[in-house]
Design a protein around this ligand. Sequence first.
Ligand code: ADP
Ligand code: MG
Length: 683
Amino acid sequence: MGPRVAEKLAARGLTTLQDFWLQLPRQYEDRTQITPIRLLQPGVAAQVEGRVEAVERGFRYRPMLRVAIGDDSRSVLVLRFFHFRAAQVAQFRIGARVRLYGTPKPGQHGLEIVHPSYRVLDEEGEVALGEQLDPVYPAIEGIGPATLRRLIGYALDRLPDDAALELLPRELRERLQLPTLREALLTVHRPAVDADVAALIAGRHPAQRRLALEELLAHHLSLRRQRISQQAHKSRPLKQMPLAEKLRKALPFKLTGAQRRVFDEIRADLAKPSPMLRLVQGDVGSGKTVVAALAAMLAVQHGRQAALMAPTELLAEQHLNNLRRWLEPLGVRVAWLAGKVTGRARKAVLEQVANGEAQVVVGTHALMQEGVAFRDLALAIVDEQHRFGVHQRLALRDKGAGGAVGDDAIVPHQLVMTATPIPRTLAMTAYADLDVSAIDELPPGRTPVQTVALSEERRPELVQRIRTACAEGRQAYWVCTLIDDSDEVIAQAAQTTFEELSQQLAPLRVGLVHGRMKAKEKQETMRAFKDGELDLLVATTVIEVGVDVPNASLMIIENAERLGLAQLHQLRGRVGRGSAASSCVLLYRSPLSGLARQRLDTMRKTHDGFVIAEKDLELRGPGELLGTRQTGLAGFRVADLARDADLLPLVQELGERLLKTSPELAERIVSRWVGGAARYASA
Ligand code: ADP
Ligand code: MG
């Protein structure tokens, strides 16, 4: 191929033979038989052979060519072209023999196919049919489908034999009745006439399962290896408990059983001379912060530092307030570092962080910036992990090691918290580099949030509903979301809603927060709402993460049909945090799609974040569930975590075994699929 083609292919990650092998078809075309025109069905692709009966060239609105094809079944099919050359027109002589492939749809004169692929055949004689299904590859800009097919064919002709190619142990393949890699690739690219096309298109053919298994295994192994290399670092054990005990006793509540269990798991990790790598999953309101605070006390007790990083200022500030309230009475000094801390104040904080005066440091991304140096960071806590990437977590860790981490570095323990529970099997793959704990119990005294879905037309009733709630001394949220996800348009809509509601609800006090406001205004409004100076808060989804106002008991979410389950669950979690009976109204615009209806139903029926996560996985697949930044799991070539979720337990079992018994094999599997790209090179 020429350099221009090569460049375009490289831009899509196609450089080696192996890249071409793994470039799988997204569809198949069956040219192994000919369908009589009479038997064609709208929407079902088919191959047809017939003769040209009429040709019409039109220029009504734009150039158009229509060709009528007839066959022995005495029916007519119309081919329609909008782009064509004179030479093409000339080919379609009356009586010419044409073989074509395409998907018919109803037209003015019976069925028609727009831009079929076709060729004009010689007058007489047999023309062989296809012997296998034709693969259709994902389009690559600037490369014709025929060229791409040829290149992939070229690569396939150079597939090594099993001895050189196969990496999965024979015993495993036999047990699971999986084909070899070579067989699997040939099946997927060149399926035989009698192949199970439906299974192939659904991605559930054994050949595809085999490829997905190896790919999932590769990613799993790569995360496990990352873990092993991290765990090879050293950390100083943190064991002394008195301060944590003191905090526990001083708390205004009793820890739940789940909080105690998870804290015990953390303690056990911290007591070891290797770094803790633990993820705490816990539903909104399950009380993760206090567990983090307890862990921080071990670091402080040892005369060292802990840092807590949150994705937004709002959230970080809330943490700051909580930690100050809990820790300062114990004589623990808590420092605050966010983007808005500048000038002299920043200099002063940096100094305290550097000289160890700051024992616990709370902040945003600002914690990872240059110029921030800890005296002795022993524990790095990252809240709402899904908002951060793996890299940021590691960047915070590196702060504790005083720079890039070498082999014998001493690194801080790491604690990661997320309120986006993901199903267990998925967690074990997505977070294969972490140990996972779950706070699967809410503090007592919370009444479940009553959830209803209302059609948009009933919006006026809500005004009354808000009045009633506020008359009882409660507060409410009104969340604006939009189809358009530009900040500006949403802010505008929130502004309008804010004005309308302020008017309709007078004299109730209404506030507004959206992403386009200055951080300071946002904070101020949030504080006012928290302190009960506002009755209703109109907000965009900026309030999604972590905001805690126990007195709020009513949540109204506009355009709820447009939000994913995880987001709805997060938003709903803003209410039901106190002891008052709370409710959540999901406003939707009819008609609802099937999926949207299922989502709203799920929200009405359950409050359990783990159940919702399972359903979310089922409804829309894990790509979105996880976000692409959070794990190395984005960008599979073959595997689809939703479709192939049932393979995960096997992947995990197999992964552990390979790492133990044949690390060099594991190495080869990883480099085949995950590549030398070394996503985790810095780990
Ligand atoms: P999340 O897990 O969503 O981060 P938080 O840590 O913000 O939850 O806790 C939610 C609220 O519950 C806070 O006001 C916190 O003080 C309170 N809380 C935490 N643990 C308990 C408990 N065991 N009993 C009662 N309230 C608790
Ligand atoms: Mg939280």
